[in-house]
Design a binder for this molecule. Structure first.
Ligand code: FMN
Length: 174
């Protein structure tokens, strides 16, 4: 798909009718790995719930309102390892601190969303989840900050494009 079109047609999709194959998931994550990161530190981590049992376990860790949106989809937990991106010898390089780890993770997940769409799959980032339950499902180490759970699958709805602010509201040119 042309990049311009990819950007236009990606949506957050809240109903699915099929999960991607293991091979599709690997290919999408390999493409998402090409995202840039602080000093190439690559502190993003993904935990992929593929089997019906693991997907169900992780679905139960989502906010109630999200649980019904995550059926028939693979679910990917995204985390980053703290105190590396934006740090030198354990000290923060500037005031942003671990914000850089979250920044890098966001870039990786943005690539993931676009790689998924390019491969014919839709996605939903879910920030409303129970972090401690998610940690238990994959025994995620305490050094990692858990951000989102991302649903990925064949979309079963075609949501309309959600409006964006006028560019002048969010960008300043001088
Ligand atoms: C960090 C983040 C957290 C989000 N959490 C949720 C969520 O918990 N549940 C949900 O239905 N959508 C969630 N969304 C999806 C947003 O509502 C959606 O991206 C936004 O409304 C714009 O729509 P679009 O993605 O279709 O362009 C989240 C998006 C982001 C980036």
């Amino acid at each position: 798909m042309e990049f311009k079109e990819l950007i236009q047609v990606r949506r957050s999709v809240r109903a699915y009718d099929a999960e991607p194959s293991h091979e599709d998931l690997e290919q999408i994550l390999k493409e998402a790995q090409q995202a840039p990161s602080w000093k190439n530190s690559q502190t993003t981590r993904w935990y992929v719930a593929e089997s019906p049992e693991k997907r169900e376990e992780l679905r139960q860790a989502l906010h109630a309102a999200n649980q019904k949106k995550a059926v028939n989809a693979a679910l990917i937990v995204s985390t980053y390892v703290r105190n590396i991106a934006g740090f030198t010898n354990g000290n923060p390089d500037n005031e942003v601190g671990n914000g850089w780890g979250a920044y890098d993770l966001g870039l990786h997940d943005a690539y993931l969303l676009l790689a998924a769409k390019n491969a014919g799959f839709d996605t939903l980032i879910m920030g409303l989840r129970d972090g401690e339950k998610v940690r238990e499902v994959f025994s995620i180490p305490e050094e990692e900050e858990i951000l989102s759970v991302i649903a990925i699958g064949r979309g079963a709805e075609e949501p309309a494009m959600r409006p964006r602010k006028a560019l002048e509201e969010i960008a300043a040119f001088a």
